[in-house]
Design a protein around this ligand. Sequence first.
Ligand SMILES: Nc1ncnc2c1ncn2[C@@H]1O[C@H](COP(=O)(O)OP(=O)(O)OP(=O)(O)O)[C@@H](O)[C@H]1O
Ligand SMILES: O=P(O)(O)OC[C@H]1O[C@H](OP(=O)(O)OP(=O)(O)O)[C@H](O)[C@@H]1O
Ligand SMILES: [Mg+2]
Length: 299
Amino acid sequence: MSKPSSRQPGPGPGLIRLAIPNKGRIAQPINELIEKSGLHLADGGERRLITRTRDPNVEILFARPIDIPEYVASGVADLGITGRDMVMERGSLVEQVLDLQTGRATLVVAVPEESDIETVADLAGATVATEFPAITRSFFAEHGVAVTIVTVGGACEATPHLGIADAIVDLSSSGTTLRTNHLRVIDEVLTSTTVLVANPASLTAKREKIDELVLALESVIRAKGQCYLMMNVHRSALADVREVLPGLSGPTVMEVASDENLVAVHAVVNEERVYQLINQLKRAGAKDILVMPIERIIR
Ligand SMILES: Nc1ncnc2c1ncn2[C@@H]1O[C@H](COP(=O)(O)OP(=O)(O)OP(=O)(O)O)[C@@H](O)[C@H]1O
Ligand SMILES: O=P(O)(O)OC[C@H]1O[C@H](OP(=O)(O)OP(=O)(O)O)[C@H](O)[C@@H]1O
Ligand SMILES: [Mg+2]
């Protein structure tokens, strides 16, 4: 598909159409990101092909992750959110606008544990099964290793044991599937995350609106893993508390109207540090400590 068909016209000049996955493991996190960014899908986005959002200038198109790169490249959608692996597999002419830093998975070359294959070069003349034939073809071509590629639609890890392939090129994140199927990684092809991509023409024609949307999404990504700390501190302990607190640009210190000996200290900190920090803060003299989630950080 290179041009939008006349039966499925692209969005008009005043409208941004964003394609997102309708299923699969990255669908839910993307939906949550859209909600947190404040776009909010009309009708909850349930089972609709195209859904309106709270912003009358933005609509959502639900599609399979693998189809999204081409929908964006052809102009059926202005923007799309999908895996970077999907974009590379399709070789679509789109521009990456934002890395959403979720949905991380590594495309690996793996062989049965008992196999004597150690390197990619050892696979010369072998059969390799994959859901990613285009990426696999160029990977082996770059290594100058001739292989036969068998394309499968899923359950790739079963193919070596079925005698269909000598090796596989498949995604791995926790590594559980490889372990369960007694497969050993011999090389990595690429690491993929979920990305926001744009149609190059839309990026020029609808820049302002796209920038607004990117800002909203970015603010949610930035807030992820951060939380807001509030506490009261006796003036005499302020220096010690400051030393413990990192904060985005140092803690904010405010007067407490009801007690002139106290100040209120606020800071943004990494969630992972909170457990340790609250103990250090208490020891330094902080009290009435509140820990709150942050939805968005806009710079
Ligand atoms: N552990 C993982 N395994 C497979 N894909 C993953 C993983 N983690 C993130 N992803 C990403 O999810 C996307 C896969 O989308 P896909 O539509 O194939 O969903 P799925 O969860 O694999 O569903 P299904 O295979 O049932 O269709 C890819 O971009 C891929 O990089
Ligand atoms: O390292 P892990 O955390 O075990 O994840 C990797 C597995 O997840 C994916 O399969 P998926 O669930 O998409 O099924 P599929 O093979 O049918 O696509 C992928 O293809 C691997 O099989
Ligand atoms: Mg899959």
